[in-house]
Design a protein around this ligand. Sequence first.
Ligand SMILES: C[S@@+](CC[C@H](N)C(=O)[O-])C[C@H]1O[C@@H](n2cnc3c(N)ncnc32)[C@H](O)[C@@H]1O
Length: 263
Amino acid sequence: MADLWSAGESYEPYIGRWSRVVARRFVPWVGAPTGSRWLDVGSGTGALTRVILDQAAPEAVVGVEPSDGFRRYAVDAVRDDRASFRAGEATALPVGDAEFDVAVAGLVLNFVADPSTAMAELCRATRPGGTLAAYVWDYSGGMQLIHRFWEVAAEQDPAAGQIDEAARFDLCRPEPFRALFEDAGLADVVLEGIEVPTVFTDFDDYWTPFLGGQGPAPTYLAQRTEEQRTAIREALRERLPTAADGSIPLTARAWAVRGTRPR
Ligand SMILES: C[S@@+](CC[C@H](N)C(=O)[O-])C[C@H]1O[C@@H](n2cnc3c(N)ncnc32)[C@H](O)[C@@H]1O
């Protein structure tokens, strides 16, 4: 099953809004000086780009994104003279050598077929002494909104267990993720968990974004029958923790890693 990324307006309520929350902790943690030139690989709808612009006082941010729909959304949503977006793949970045002070990728590297080649490209794009950093969800359980979905889906359809990001993406565990940066030859590699609250106002706020067809779980759901979708929905409704005011308080953890391109 291919992962679908095309409709920014559906991605935003599903993951974009939570990626922004992680990005607000991630960007200061990257620690780049003001006036830096940033590269945002797999920039999607511009969630991380927007936070870099708001928090890091960059000279420029270039987003590289293969999805035409996401890129169009980002151009409309970001609207900042310091930001621009290019069509391209992480494994063949449409940028010059050492063009950037910082290269980042938020929730992207696990979706790239060859993450080592992507890292070589991020290194090429970053000046010696510059910083590379990335984050991915902790799909093994820390990213609760998705983990809860797959738990229920797998009970009803054992094949769902194979599509679950936890089964597919070994890279989203601390050791392989850190090793990706170390094996790319980076110095001073540091890994840290970033945990954020993902509080849904009610069950519909949790469920409706799964119907938007963006990313593995919504893509899986779009391929079920109406009856199967209903069964998953009702099992989740019963099982998710619900506060007295009807809100659903979950949390999401991302693993963040950073390193320095040696001089
Ligand atoms: C989960 S979204 C993350 C988007 C954005 N960085 C954010 O934090 O919201 C994954 C993004 O990776 C992009 N992507 C998938 N494969 C890619 C590749 N080979 N090279 C670059 N980007 C890729 C998708 O198009 C999508 O925009």
